[in-house]
Design a protein around this ligand. Structure first.
Ligand SMILES: Nc1ncnc2c1ncn2[C@@H]1O[C@H](COP(=O)(O)OP(=O)(O)OP(=O)(O)O)[C@@H](O)[C@H]1O
Length: 311
Protein backbone atom coordinates (compact mmCIF):
# COMPACT_ATOMS: atom_id res chain seq x y z
CA UNK A 1 0.00 0.00 0.00
CA UNK A 2 1.28 3.47 -0.93
CA UNK A 3 1.87 5.75 2.05
CA UNK A 4 -0.62 8.63 2.38
CA UNK A 5 2.18 11.07 3.19
CA UNK A 6 5.70 10.62 1.91
CA UNK A 7 8.36 13.15 2.88
CA UNK A 8 11.85 12.90 1.34
CA UNK A 9 14.92 14.96 2.16
CA UNK A 10 12.73 17.89 3.20
CA UNK A 11 14.61 21.05 4.09
CA UNK A 12 13.72 24.58 5.07
CA UNK A 13 16.26 27.29 5.64
CA UNK A 14 15.17 30.70 6.83
CA UNK A 15 17.85 33.37 6.42
CA UNK A 16 20.21 32.06 9.07
CA UNK A 17 18.28 29.18 10.56
CA UNK A 18 18.21 25.61 9.26
CA UNK A 19 14.73 24.98 10.63
CA UNK A 20 14.28 21.58 8.91
CA UNK A 21 17.43 19.69 7.96
CA UNK A 22 16.55 17.03 5.41
CA UNK A 23 13.94 14.84 7.05
CA UNK A 24 12.37 11.63 5.71
CA UNK A 25 9.26 9.83 6.88
CA UNK A 26 6.06 8.21 5.68
CA UNK A 27 2.57 8.06 7.13
CA UNK A 28 0.33 5.11 6.30
CA UNK A 29 -3.35 5.18 5.49
CA UNK A 30 -5.62 5.23 8.55
CA UNK A 31 -2.77 5.92 10.93
CA UNK A 32 -2.83 8.39 13.80
CA UNK A 33 0.64 9.89 13.49
CA UNK A 34 1.87 11.90 16.47
CA UNK A 35 4.39 14.62 15.67
CA UNK A 36 6.23 15.80 18.77
CA UNK A 37 9.15 18.00 19.63
CA UNK A 38 10.36 20.79 21.91
CA UNK A 39 9.47 24.40 21.07
CA UNK A 40 11.45 25.55 18.06
CA UNK A 41 12.19 22.00 16.87
CA UNK A 42 10.77 22.67 13.39
CA UNK A 43 7.34 21.07 13.69
CA UNK A 44 5.25 24.01 12.48
CA UNK A 45 7.66 24.62 9.62
CA UNK A 46 7.32 20.96 8.58
CA UNK A 47 3.53 20.92 8.87
CA UNK A 48 3.21 24.20 6.98
CA UNK A 49 5.27 22.73 4.14
CA UNK A 50 3.18 19.54 4.11
CA UNK A 51 -0.05 21.58 4.03
CA UNK A 52 1.21 23.73 1.10
CA UNK A 53 1.38 26.91 3.18
CA UNK A 54 5.15 27.24 3.00
CA UNK A 55 7.50 26.40 0.14
CA UNK A 56 10.27 23.91 0.98
CA UNK A 57 13.87 24.95 0.33
CA UNK A 58 14.54 21.42 -0.91
CA UNK A 59 13.06 17.92 -0.99
CA UNK A 60 9.71 16.43 -1.89
CA UNK A 61 6.35 15.82 -0.25
CA UNK A 62 3.71 13.58 -1.77
CA UNK A 63 0.23 13.50 -0.21
CA UNK A 64 -2.45 11.14 -1.49
CA UNK A 65 -0.34 10.77 -4.62
CA UNK A 66 -0.18 14.54 -5.26
CA UNK A 67 3.02 16.53 -5.29
CA UNK A 68 2.90 19.45 -2.87
CA UNK A 69 5.03 21.64 -5.15
CA UNK A 70 3.28 21.00 -8.45
CA UNK A 71 -0.28 20.04 -7.42
CA UNK A 72 -1.06 22.43 -4.57
CA UNK A 73 -4.79 22.55 -5.22
CA UNK A 74 -5.19 18.78 -5.42
CA UNK A 75 -3.30 18.49 -2.13
CA UNK A 76 -5.49 21.15 -0.49
CA UNK A 77 -8.67 19.43 -1.61
CA UNK A 78 -7.53 16.17 -0.05
CA UNK A 79 -6.56 17.45 3.39
CA UNK A 80 -8.38 19.04 6.33
CA UNK A 81 -6.68 21.29 8.85
CA UNK A 82 -7.80 22.05 12.39
CA UNK A 83 -5.81 25.02 13.65
CA UNK A 84 -5.19 25.98 17.24
CA UNK A 85 -7.05 29.26 16.92
CA UNK A 86 -10.77 29.30 16.55
CA UNK A 87 -11.56 30.32 12.98
CA UNK A 88 -15.34 29.96 13.18
CA UNK A 89 -17.64 32.95 12.73
CA UNK A 90 -19.41 33.40 16.08
CA UNK A 91 -22.25 35.44 14.61
CA UNK A 92 -23.23 32.63 12.27
CA UNK A 93 -24.97 29.39 13.22
CA UNK A 94 -23.18 26.04 13.09
CA UNK A 95 -25.04 25.27 9.87
CA UNK A 96 -24.07 28.59 8.27
CA UNK A 97 -20.41 28.13 9.18
CA UNK A 98 -20.42 24.69 7.61
CA UNK A 99 -22.30 25.90 4.53
CA UNK A 100 -19.64 28.57 3.94
CA UNK A 101 -16.97 25.91 4.02
CA UNK A 102 -18.95 23.71 1.62
CA UNK A 103 -19.04 26.59 -0.85
CA UNK A 104 -15.37 27.30 -0.40
CA UNK A 105 -14.46 23.68 -1.08
CA UNK A 106 -17.08 23.32 -3.80
CA UNK A 107 -18.95 20.45 -2.19
CA UNK A 108 -21.75 19.88 -4.78
CA UNK A 109 -24.91 21.83 -3.84
CA UNK A 110 -27.14 18.77 -3.78
CA UNK A 111 -24.88 17.04 -1.28
CA UNK A 112 -24.29 19.89 1.16
CA UNK A 113 -27.14 19.41 3.64
CA UNK A 114 -26.61 15.68 3.82
CA UNK A 115 -22.88 16.06 4.36
CA UNK A 116 -23.42 18.68 7.07
CA UNK A 117 -25.79 16.28 8.81
CA UNK A 118 -23.16 13.49 8.60
CA UNK A 119 -20.31 15.50 10.09
CA UNK A 120 -22.51 16.98 12.82
CA UNK A 121 -23.52 13.45 13.77
CA UNK A 122 -19.88 12.45 14.12
CA UNK A 123 -19.23 15.21 16.65
CA UNK A 124 -22.68 15.01 18.32
CA UNK A 125 -23.82 18.52 17.40
CA UNK A 126 -26.88 17.80 15.25
CA UNK A 127 -29.23 19.45 17.74
CA UNK A 128 -27.04 22.59 17.83
CA UNK A 129 -27.17 23.06 14.08
CA UNK A 130 -29.26 26.23 14.17
CA UNK A 131 -27.54 27.79 17.20
CA UNK A 132 -25.13 30.67 16.88
CA UNK A 133 -21.54 29.60 17.45
CA UNK A 134 -20.86 32.40 19.95
CA UNK A 135 -23.16 30.56 22.37
CA UNK A 136 -21.04 27.37 22.19
CA UNK A 137 -18.60 26.17 24.87
CA UNK A 138 -14.89 25.81 23.97
CA UNK A 139 -15.28 22.06 23.52
CA UNK A 140 -18.31 22.45 21.24
CA UNK A 141 -16.45 24.98 19.09
CA UNK A 142 -13.51 22.61 18.72
CA UNK A 143 -15.88 19.78 17.76
CA UNK A 144 -17.53 22.03 15.19
CA UNK A 145 -14.12 22.88 13.78
CA UNK A 146 -13.37 19.19 13.43
CA UNK A 147 -16.73 18.72 11.71
CA UNK A 148 -15.87 21.55 9.34
CA UNK A 149 -12.45 20.05 8.62
CA UNK A 150 -14.21 16.85 7.54
CA UNK A 151 -16.83 18.35 5.24
CA UNK A 152 -14.96 17.93 1.98
CA UNK A 153 -14.11 14.25 2.62
CA UNK A 154 -10.39 14.81 3.32
CA UNK A 155 -8.14 11.76 3.35
CA UNK A 156 -5.81 13.33 5.91
CA UNK A 157 -6.72 15.52 8.84
CA UNK A 158 -4.06 17.74 10.44
CA UNK A 159 -4.80 18.42 14.09
CA UNK A 160 -2.57 21.07 15.63
CA UNK A 161 -2.86 20.90 19.42
CA UNK A 162 -6.54 19.97 19.13
CA UNK A 163 -7.23 19.93 22.86
CA UNK A 164 -5.27 22.98 23.98
CA UNK A 165 -7.25 25.21 26.33
CA UNK A 166 -9.92 22.60 27.00
CA UNK A 167 -10.71 21.14 30.41
CA UNK A 168 -9.69 17.50 31.06
CA UNK A 169 -13.20 16.11 30.65
CA UNK A 170 -13.76 17.89 27.33
CA UNK A 171 -10.31 16.76 26.20
CA UNK A 172 -11.20 13.16 26.95
CA UNK A 173 -14.46 13.50 24.98
CA UNK A 174 -12.69 15.04 22.03
CA UNK A 175 -10.35 12.06 21.87
CA UNK A 176 -13.37 9.77 21.76
CA UNK A 177 -14.58 11.64 18.68
CA UNK A 178 -11.14 11.50 17.10
CA UNK A 179 -10.94 7.74 17.65
CA UNK A 180 -14.45 7.34 16.27
CA UNK A 181 -13.33 9.20 13.15
CA UNK A 182 -10.43 6.88 12.68
CA UNK A 183 -12.64 3.81 13.06
CA UNK A 184 -15.65 4.97 11.05
CA UNK A 185 -14.08 7.01 8.28
CA UNK A 186 -10.56 5.54 8.18
CA UNK A 187 -9.10 9.04 8.04
CA UNK A 188 -5.37 9.42 8.48
CA UNK A 189 -4.54 11.86 11.26
CA UNK A 190 -1.44 13.94 11.69
CA UNK A 191 -1.39 15.18 15.22
CA UNK A 192 0.69 17.60 17.26
CA UNK A 193 0.23 17.90 20.99
CA UNK A 194 2.11 19.01 24.05
CA UNK A 195 0.16 16.54 26.17
CA UNK A 196 2.23 13.38 25.90
CA UNK A 197 -0.38 11.25 27.65
CA UNK A 198 -2.63 12.17 24.72
CA UNK A 199 0.05 11.29 22.19
CA UNK A 200 -0.27 7.69 23.45
CA UNK A 201 -3.32 7.46 21.22
CA UNK A 202 -1.00 7.58 18.18
CA UNK A 203 -0.23 4.47 16.18
CA UNK A 204 3.24 5.89 15.64
CA UNK A 205 5.09 8.87 17.03
CA UNK A 206 7.87 10.93 15.49
CA UNK A 207 10.05 13.10 17.71
CA UNK A 208 11.65 16.09 16.04
CA UNK A 209 14.53 18.02 17.57
CA UNK A 210 16.71 20.77 16.10
CA UNK A 211 15.33 20.26 12.62
CA UNK A 212 15.76 16.48 12.55
CA UNK A 213 13.59 13.45 13.23
CA UNK A 214 15.42 11.73 16.05
CA UNK A 215 12.99 8.90 16.78
CA UNK A 216 10.04 7.34 15.00
CA UNK A 217 8.13 4.26 16.12
CA UNK A 218 5.05 3.03 17.99
CA UNK A 219 4.70 4.46 21.52
CA UNK A 220 5.16 0.92 22.91
CA UNK A 221 8.37 0.31 20.96
CA UNK A 222 9.79 3.70 21.96
CA UNK A 223 9.09 2.95 25.61
CA UNK A 224 10.59 -0.53 25.24
CA UNK A 225 13.76 1.07 23.92
CA UNK A 226 14.16 2.74 27.30
CA UNK A 227 13.57 -0.63 28.91
CA UNK A 228 13.14 -1.59 32.53
CA UNK A 229 11.70 0.51 35.31
CA UNK A 230 11.99 4.06 36.51
CA UNK A 231 12.51 4.72 40.20
CA UNK A 232 11.77 8.24 41.38
CA UNK A 233 12.83 9.29 44.83
CA UNK A 234 13.37 12.29 47.04
CA UNK A 235 15.63 12.24 50.06
CA UNK A 236 16.47 14.55 52.94
CA UNK A 237 19.52 15.68 50.96
CA UNK A 238 19.32 14.99 47.22
CA UNK A 239 22.82 16.26 46.42
CA UNK A 240 24.41 13.97 49.00
CA UNK A 241 22.22 11.10 47.87
CA UNK A 242 23.35 11.64 44.27
CA UNK A 243 26.99 11.47 45.34
CA UNK A 244 26.35 8.26 47.27
CA UNK A 245 24.54 6.72 44.33
CA UNK A 246 27.43 7.59 42.02
CA UNK A 247 29.97 6.15 44.49
CA UNK A 248 28.23 3.01 45.61
CA UNK A 249 25.55 1.92 43.19
CA UNK A 250 25.95 0.23 39.82
CA UNK A 251 23.40 -0.67 37.17
CA UNK A 252 21.35 2.55 37.13
CA UNK A 253 21.25 5.65 34.97
CA UNK A 254 20.83 8.57 37.34
CA UNK A 255 19.55 12.11 36.90
CA UNK A 256 18.14 14.87 39.11
CA UNK A 257 15.24 16.96 37.90
CA UNK A 258 12.83 19.16 39.87
CA UNK A 259 13.86 17.89 43.32
CA UNK A 260 13.43 14.28 42.27
CA UNK A 261 16.18 11.76 41.62
CA UNK A 262 15.40 9.50 38.65
CA UNK A 263 16.99 6.08 38.36
CA UNK A 264 16.56 4.01 35.24
CA UNK A 265 17.15 0.33 36.01
CA UNK A 266 16.67 -2.86 34.02
CA UNK A 267 14.56 -4.43 36.79
CA UNK A 268 13.42 -2.73 39.96
CA UNK A 269 12.71 -6.11 41.65
CA UNK A 270 16.36 -7.04 41.62
CA UNK A 271 17.58 -3.53 42.37
CA UNK A 272 15.41 -1.93 45.01
CA UNK A 273 16.11 -3.87 48.23
CA UNK A 274 19.89 -3.61 48.00
CA UNK A 275 19.55 0.02 46.91
CA UNK A 276 17.54 0.98 49.99
CA UNK A 277 19.99 -0.83 52.27
CA UNK A 278 23.00 0.84 50.66
CA UNK A 279 21.74 4.42 50.70
CA UNK A 280 22.46 6.19 53.99
CA UNK A 281 20.33 9.30 53.41
CA UNK A 282 16.70 8.92 54.56
CA UNK A 283 14.24 8.58 51.68
CA UNK A 284 11.18 10.86 51.88
CA UNK A 285 9.39 9.73 48.71
CA UNK A 286 9.69 6.63 46.51
CA UNK A 287 7.84 5.69 43.36
CA UNK A 288 8.48 2.85 40.89
CA UNK A 289 6.91 2.89 37.44
CA UNK A 290 7.24 1.86 33.79
CA UNK A 291 8.51 4.42 31.25
CA UNK A 292 5.95 6.77 29.67
CA UNK A 293 6.17 8.84 26.49
CA UNK A 294 7.33 11.70 28.72
CA UNK A 295 10.39 9.63 29.64
CA UNK A 296 10.94 8.78 25.97
CA UNK A 297 10.76 12.45 25.09
CA UNK A 298 13.16 13.39 27.88
CA UNK A 299 15.59 10.62 26.94
CA UNK A 300 15.70 11.62 23.27
CA UNK A 301 15.61 15.40 23.53
CA UNK A 302 17.09 16.02 26.98
CA UNK A 303 14.08 18.22 27.76
CA UNK A 304 10.58 17.93 29.01
CA UNK A 305 7.98 18.77 26.39
CA UNK A 306 7.21 22.49 26.44
CA UNK A 307 10.79 23.41 27.28
CA UNK A 308 12.38 25.60 24.65
CA UNK A 309 14.87 24.57 22.05
CA UNK A 310 15.31 28.05 20.58
CA UNK A 311 18.73 28.71 19.16
N1 LIG B 1 9.51 32.93 9.43
C1 LIG B 1 10.63 32.58 10.08
N2 LIG B 1 11.78 33.27 9.88
C2 LIG B 1 12.92 32.92 10.51
N3 LIG B 1 13.03 31.88 11.38
C3 LIG B 1 11.93 31.14 11.61
C4 LIG B 1 10.66 31.45 10.98
N4 LIG B 1 9.74 30.55 11.40
C5 LIG B 1 10.39 29.74 12.27
N5 LIG B 1 11.70 30.08 12.39
C6 LIG B 1 12.72 29.38 13.20
O1 LIG B 1 12.78 28.04 12.77
C7 LIG B 1 12.94 27.16 13.88
C8 LIG B 1 11.79 26.15 13.89
O2 LIG B 1 10.57 26.83 14.21
P1 LIG B 1 9.15 26.11 14.22
O3 LIG B 1 8.13 27.18 14.46
O4 LIG B 1 8.99 25.28 13.02
O5 LIG B 1 9.28 25.17 15.50
P2 LIG B 1 8.14 24.36 16.27
O6 LIG B 1 8.73 23.02 16.55
O7 LIG B 1 6.88 24.41 15.55
O8 LIG B 1 8.01 25.17 17.63
P3 LIG B 1 6.69 25.41 18.58
O9 LIG B 1 6.41 24.12 19.26
O10 LIG B 1 7.19 26.47 19.51
O11 LIG B 1 5.58 25.90 17.67
C9 LIG B 1 13.01 28.04 15.11
O12 LIG B 1 14.38 28.26 15.41
C10 LIG B 1 12.33 29.32 14.68
O13 LIG B 1 12.83 30.42 15.41
Amino acid sequence: MEPVISVSDLRKTYKKVDAVKGINFEVDEGEIFGFLGPNGAGKSTTINMICTMLAPSKGSIIINGFDVKRQKNRVRESIGIIFQENTLDGKLTANENLMLHCRFYQVPKAKRQQRIQEVLEIVDLVDKRKKRVETFSGGMKRRLEIARGLLHYPKVLFLDEPTVGLDPQTRAHLWEYILKLKEKEGITMFLTTHYLDEAEISDRVAIMDQGEIIAIDTPAALKDQLGGDIIELSTEDNQKALEEIHDKIDGAEVSLKDDTIHLKVSSSDAFISSFIKTLNIPITKLNIRKPTLNDVFLAFTGRKIGESNER
